[in-house]
Write a protein that binds this ligand. Structure first.
Ligand SMILES: [Zn+2]
Length: 242
């Protein structure tokens, strides 16, 4: 009985370590996947995954524009096809757009070549709208493994991790609570992650909109300056050649 308990505990611990290697925002064991840039200056990058998803993406963009803040949006190919005018508008307003896969389905990590196609198809769609080729990518659920990171780098794509504004954000945790945690967790050089959609499936995001407003104003009041991810990391946002 005790032996069975020890084995179960061992299995759980092994799974936890494995899970950490593959999806923890700060894990770098399989290769560079930056989640911050430590520095003395109070700068922060705010990022959004899983959009575009209306009206929430535009509500966030309207607010950021009013505050003179530029964000980085990791977009899902099928969502861009659903709301192409939103992606166009983000680019025109000076925000940066990166690749967050075509369909945001976990199964694409399990079939050989499937995730590569997800990335490539999304690059084609984004290139059509942006007139340039994204150089930033965030894999769904921040999943990483050596072969996947090598595939991204061969394509000139920089994977970008970050810290979650709030771990329960996708379940519509109250926006004010999300913002309190996001502000408290921010350090000079942080990359904050919010979601303007849910796993590329759209969904209500009004609490995220509220959280973003409170987080941005809270950080501005603390003397933070917002930059895009490429500016923070000192890497290009787009490939030199279209
Ligand atoms: Zn995502």
């Amino acid at each position: 009985m005790i032996a069975a308990g020890v084995i179960a505990a061992g299995v759980i611990a092994a799974l936890a370590v494995l899970g950490w290697l593959f999806i923890a925002p700060s894990a770098q064991v399989f290769g560079r996947y930056p989640y911050k840039r430590v520095q003395p200056e109070r700068v922060v990058a705010i990022t959004f995954d899983d959009g575009p998803n209306e009206p929430y993406t535009s509500e966030i963009a309207d607010f950021l524009d009013r505050r003179g803040v530029r964000g980085t949006f990791f977009q899902v190919g099928v969502c861009v096809e659903r709301h192409p005018e939103t992606t166009d508008r983000l680019l025109a307003a000076g925000h940066v757009v990166g690749n967050h896969s075509m369909t945001h389905r976990f199964g694409t990590y399990l079939k050989p070549g499937a995730f590569r196609r997800e990335i490539d198809e999304t690059q084609v769609i984004l290139r059509r709208h942006l007139g340039r080729t994204p150089a930033l990518v965030r894999t769904p659920w921040l999943w990483r493994q050596p072969v996947l990171l090598r595939m991204l780098r061969r394509r000139g794509l920089e994977p970008v991790s970050g810290v979650f504004g709030h771990p329960l954000e996708v379940f519509h945790r109250d926006g004010a609570a999300q913002a309190r945690r996001a502000v408290a967790r921010t350090r000079p050089g942080s990359i904050l992650i919010f979601h303007d959609g849910f796993d590329g499936r759209g969904g209500r995001r009004d609490q995220t909109v509220k959280a973003v407003k409170l987080t941005v104003d809270g950080l501005l009041a603390r003397g933070y300056r917002f930059v895009t991810v490429d500016e923070l990391l000192g890497v290009p946002a787009y490939a030199e050649r279209p």
